[in-house]
Design a binder for this molecule. Structure first.
Ligand code: ZN
Ligand code: ZN
Length: 264
């Protein structure tokens, strides 16, 4: 992760305290890697889960797009969602890379499914932060109490089965770097939903309807929320989470994900 650290220090994107925290994490990671050698999930080279060469092959998004189409936000009069899709609950989306990228697919597959490599989270956070740096968004570097990072929740049963909530792990990694508070208990998932794979948008929307609940509305009142997840597919889950958060008092809800599925 030296590349990530170098970028962070060079452009002084973050407050010095956050830089120290991140640096210390990198050091402990290096010590762990010495004890338990790792192999790059893309090229099998010994050393890191994703080696620096493979990491540099991943193309980071330069722009912010409407979550639901290919329009970049500079064409949207400063809004995060285009006119056609305006009025949806989600106010915008930051996604670092395309889900078409083969290395990204491998990262997500091994992070989210077996062998459940939770230790890929710094790589994922690095890619997301690189995107935030590229888009020069001052809100992330300044942060402050108006903002809140909220992970897309899982039911407690699903979280127990996997051992962790992947969105929560990414959000926590981001919170260790960005000057924005993390809240893992304001939004919860109360209903198990069937797998969304292979379903149409309408079926997905019906699936997630009523699946989420805001537990502590006072935590989110008037806040600008960044809703964190691993992949944005049709947006059905994020829309439903955003609906719950906004009807419970949040000022705005924008998504942050590692990847977005290619548009049809
Ligand atoms: Zn490699
Ligand atoms: Zn649009």
């Amino acid at each position: 992760m030296q590349i990530g650290l170098k970028i962070l220090l060079e452009i002084n994107f973050l407050a010095p305290r956050a830089q120290v925290v991140y640096y210390n994490k990198m050091i402990s990671q290096t010590i762990l890697e010495t004890i338990f050698p790792r192999f790059c999930l893309n090229c099998d080279r010994e050393g890191k889960l994703v080696c620096d060469d493979c990491l540099s092959l991943i193309e980071i998004n330069d722009f912010v797009y409407c979550p639901f189409c290919a329009l970049p936000t500079r064409l949207l009069n400063g809004k995060g969602v285009c006119q056609k899709h305006y009025g949806k609950f989600l106010d915008g989306l930051y996604f670092a890379v395309s889900y078409r990228d083969k290395i990204v697919k491998k990262i997500i597959a091994q992070f989210k499914y077996e062998p459940y490599l939770k230790t890929l989270s710094p790589v994922i956070a690095f890619l997301i932060i690189s995107h935030l740096i590229k888009t020069k968004n001052q809100e992330f570097s300044r942060g402050g109490e108006n903002f809140l990072l909220v992970p897309a929740p899982l039911t407690s049963r699903k979280k127990r089965n996997r051992g962790y909530n992947q969105a929560e792990v990414i959000a926590s990694e981001l919170a260790s770097v960005l000057p924005i508070t993390l809240s893992v208990d304001c939004l919860i998932k109360i209903k198990e939903t069937p797998s969304q794979v292979g379903l149409s948008l309408t079926q997905r929307q019906a699936n997630v309807q009523g699946a989420f609940l805001v537990k502590n509305p006072e935590q989110i009142a008037g806040k600008k929320i960044f809703l964190v997840d691993d992949v944005f597919t049709t947006g059905a889950t994020m829309q439903e989470c955003a609906r719950m958060l906004k009807t419970s008092g949040a000022k705005s809800v924008r998504g942050i994900t590692l990847a977005r599925e290619p548009l049809n």
